[in-house]
Ligand binder design. Structure first.
Ligand code: AMP
Length: 116
């Protein structure tokens, strides 16, 4: 845990936040500034700063985050309409909070993000 990390403080209950999902490895809660009708963050309990910092021992939790994103999408009613998962990494990736997390966005058409 990092004393400075806002997501660690949420996970430890220092900042009251409703979890839409939680288990022994990850929690999920609504983004404070939602960009879509559904905007949930899937966050590992363990403090990993970013995707640039992961090691082989993190493979399990990274895969689990993807599976939980699917569970959250089903719970939020967007499994069939579709949803987007995003992991921002580093300054050019637009990462603001340096505790790795996966955005789960849905509930409206999100458009094409990466042009072909
Ligand atoms: P990122 O740019 O990928 O690091 O995204 C960080 C996200 O965390 C942003 O979408 C913020 O709106 C969101 N956020 C920041 N503080 C909180 C908070 N206390 N509770 C929920 N979401 C937050």
């Amino acid at each position: 845990m990092s004393q400075e990390c806002i997501f660690c403080r949420i996970i430890n209950g220092e900042i009251a936040t409703e979890f839409v999902y939680q288990d022994e490895q990850v929690v999920a809660f609504r983004d404070i500034a939602p960009k879509a009708p559904v905007h949930v963050l899937v966050v590992p309990r363990r403090h990993i700063p970013s995707l640039a910092h992961v090691t082989a021992e993190d493979e399990g939790v990274l895969g689990h985050m993807m599976y939980v994103a699917r569970q959250v999408a089903e719970q939020e009613g967007v499994l069939e309409s579709g949803f987007r998962t995003i992991v921002n990494t580093g300054p050019d990736g637009g990462q603001e909070i340096y505790h790795i997390h996966m955005h789960v966005l849905g509930g409206r058409p999100l458009g094409r993000m990466v042009s072909r």
